[in-house]
Design a protein around this ligand. Sequence first.
Ligand code: ZN
Ligand code: ZN
Length: 471
Amino acid sequence: MKKTLTALCAILIAAPATANVPPAQPRPTLENQADMALANDGVAWDFVEGITTEVGQRQAGTEAEARGRAWAVQWLRANGFANVADEPYMMSTWVPGEPGRAEIVSPFPQSLAVAPLGDTASTGPEGITAEVVMFRNVAELVAAPEGSLKGKIAFVSNTMTPTQDGSQYGFAGPTRWVAAGIAAQKGALATVIKSVGTDDHRNPHTGGTTFPEGVTPTPAGALSNPDAANLERMFARAKGKPITMKLVLTPRFLGETQSGNVVGEIVGRNPSLPPVLLACHLDSWWLGTGAIDDGAGCAIIAAAASRVAKAGQPLRTIRVLFAGAEETGLWGSKAYSAAHIDEPIAVGLESDFGADRIWRFDSNFRETNPALHKKIAAAVARFGVSSGNDVATGGADINIVRDQKGALIDLQQDGTRYFDLHHTPDDTLDKIDIVQLRQNVAVWTQVVGILANEPAPILTGAPSPSAPPIM
Ligand code: ZN
Ligand code: ZN
């Protein structure tokens, strides 16, 4: 100890001229901010842990979603964002009612796990009892003669397998999106579907459904995958004898209620340049706590924006948009576009595919601005992210960028397990892998930092043609 003290004194005495100069800190750069996020980002976790704990489920248009917005406003202010606001809009609000019940009355009496689908009607508390007609997919349902489902319950099955890029959603999704409407047109009293999901838990996957213009919504619910498989086997064993189901679903429409879009900014050095827009959605279905869909997305974009700010004030403003209500009809995205369509956005990005790692980067300017595309590709390669050849289409919450025909980037996440959890009671915080969450923040920090410091227009020339998103 004595020796150490002596040595320390010797250093202090030997260097009096520099004793008051703090040791040189490495200049904060985008690269080291991204590296720090990868090593130990706590900001994204703080957001998603906080909102799932203090607010929980945030069904669109309800008082719970309003509490989520108030929570997010406070969080953004506390984390250094400027111009934080909750921009109100009105929406048509649907709530799920009592937990759904489905039971087979005959020939094999037993109960099945079911949850109502968004924007569907109530059976009334007494429920309805009717014969079930099975279709193996939407194409079979479409081929059913008009009127053939009068007084019956349609059961539409489907198969969904996991895919890294989530593309199976495009094939399996129509079962949820349109089957109830088609069955209603053919006279069905109600519809049940096999869940659009890849897990084998007894958890129904809810989600949005739409009825064609002029078709009165009917009751409709999702059966859990094991229960739907059980019902399929019943059809095989019943050998043509009728299968009767009692279905009790009691959702309600509350009419017009107020929702809102929460926004906040890292103000750039040149606020007259169009901003970089980062989006997610704050609402969730009622079954889980909205951790992966989409608390994680809001956490990732907010953490990345604040990391970029720590590397020095960016040239362009970075705006975060936490859309208030996405799940029941893109209300927030549409309202934001309507309110801000005349304010050009430089580029839009959205995070709404869970918290698992980013593996590919796509843009819609790969051919028109190859220098910038290549610069981003080179910067994210060290995180294991490859450059894709697909044309970025943007997420559901950045309608404004598509409406403006602007620049888009998709940071593709690994979706292999996303549809195990999507829209189920399993969408909870414990499903988030913090190591993969940090990789997201690191990649987002790197990409957003490059975009926010890009002086030239990002989209040069017309964007490549893009299809609307379906997530
Ligand atoms: Zn969702
Ligand atoms: Zn979502």
